[in-house]
Design a protein around this ligand. Structure first.
Ligand code: IPM
Ligand code: MN
Length: 378
């Protein structure tokens, strides 16, 4: 029996709670598909600062580099807001992304019909929404040097090289080719030199993909169109900071930040994590929505391990569970029964058993090809 080693980094706040539910779903997948997952837990973020004085300790670094994939909860703790940079939980996450070279962050956003009423947008605007945000993840303002803070002055630097733009652009075009064939590249080329390089480079890469349409939008216009006309987007390709902001905005379409997964990909092991943060205000109460983490498990199976049928079963199980009326508190309407984190995970794990059979009966060929060819990651 094949064994996959998954480095599990629960992290802070609601991280450990949503990860426990996600692991339960992974165990069900293992049982149904005759796979073995060696789930090894390591600290990151504030939990790692407390345990080892470092938000990404050496032991965690060693484990993630030799794993087949990394499953992450969330990092962040308000008690460390004033801590020096090297002790901030977020520094551990940025160091993890840099260490694994996961330059492309995929954030798929769709609206489940059962939850359309949870979004503040009008239902007719939400019809047909299916966006893939491809966020550059290891460059830009997050990593630029020099950086620093003085008493009355602070500096961050925005840098991109053509190589960094080319590789993430290729991935976005390759993804669009297998979707609806449209890439919207988002920049601020009317102001920033970096964005001009971005736009020129994306345009040049786009010529290699003559079957994919390319459009450019300024980030302010993109922010507006994302809520005014969200169904008009297919793949949104953008830099690190713009992608961070636009993906939280896009989560509003889906109805809750707690629903959305992400995959961070490079040439080595990928990192799979919900896009939400550690949510300290609700941590420890067992009420967080685990769907973002469980949908991240589906992305891990599909993109991290190439197990498309198992991924399809998990996605289907999430949908079936929502159709059956299961709700955590963030997505519950008036009068609906509210489940806790663990209960929601159990419902979805049970639904995986049924979904596995259905996916198998439909034939696995539909699920065998990953939506992003691995060649786009090298
Ligand atoms: C995200 C988060 C992180 C980011 C933080 C926690 C550093 O907001 O993954 O979107 O900004 O990348
Ligand atoms: Mn974010």
């Amino acid at each position: 029996m094949k064994t996959y080693t998954i480095a599990v980094l629960p992290g802070d706040g609601i991280g450990p709670e949503v990860i426990a539910a996600a692991e339960h779903v992974l165990e069900t997948v293992a049982e149904r598909y005759g796979i073995r997952f060696a789930l090894e837990r390591f600290p990151i973020g504030a939990a790692a600062v407390a345990a080892a004085g470092d938000p990404l300790p050496g032991q965690t670094r060693a484990a993630v580099t030799r794993a087949d994939a990394v499953l992450l909860g969330a990092v962040g703790d308000p008690s460390l807001d004033q801590a020096p940079r090297h002790l901030k939980p977020e520094t551990g996450l940025l160091a993890l992304r840099a260490l694994l070279g996961v330059f492309a962050n995929l954030r798929p956003v769709s609206v489940h019909p059962a939850l359309a009423a949870r979004s503040p947008l009008k239902p007719e605007r939400l019809r047909g929404v299916n966006v893939l945000i491809v966020r550059e993840l290891t460059g830009g303002l997050y990593y630029g040097e020099p950086r620093g803070r003085e008493a009355s002055r602070a500096v961050n630097t925005l840098v991109y090289t053509t190589v960094e733009v080319e590789r993430v652009a290729r991935l976005a075009f390759a993804a669009a080719r297998r979707r609806r064939g449209l890439v919207t590249s988002v920049d601020k080329a009317n102001v920033l030199e970096v964005s001009q390089l971005w736009r020129d480079t994306v345009t040049r890469v786009g010529r290699e993909y003559s079957d994919v349409r390319l459009e450019h939008l300024y980030v302010d216009t993109a922010a507006m169109r994302l809520v005014a006309e969200p169904a008009a987007f297919d793949v949104i390709l953008t830099e690190n900071m713009f992608g961070d902001i636009l993906s939280d905005e896009a989560a509003v379409l889906a109805g809750s930040l707690g629903l959305l997964p992400s995959a961070s990909l490079g040439a080595g092991p990928g990192v799979f994590e919900p896009i939400h943060g550690s949510a300290p205000d609700i941590a420890g109460r067992g009420v967080a929505n685990p769907i973002g983490a469980i949908a991240s498990v589906a992305l891990l199976l599909r993109h991290g391990l190439g197990l498309g049928a198992a991924a399809a079963a998990v996605d289907r199980a999430i949908g079936d569970t929502l159709v059956a009326g299961a709700r955590t508190r963030d997505i519950a309407g008036a009068g609906e029964t509210v489940l806790g984190t663990w209960e929601m995970g159990e419902r979805i794990a049970e639904a995986v058993r049924r979904a596995e059979r259905e996916v198998r009966n439909e034939g696995s060929s539909a699920h065998s090809a990953p939506p992003i060819p691995h060649s786009a990651l090298e």
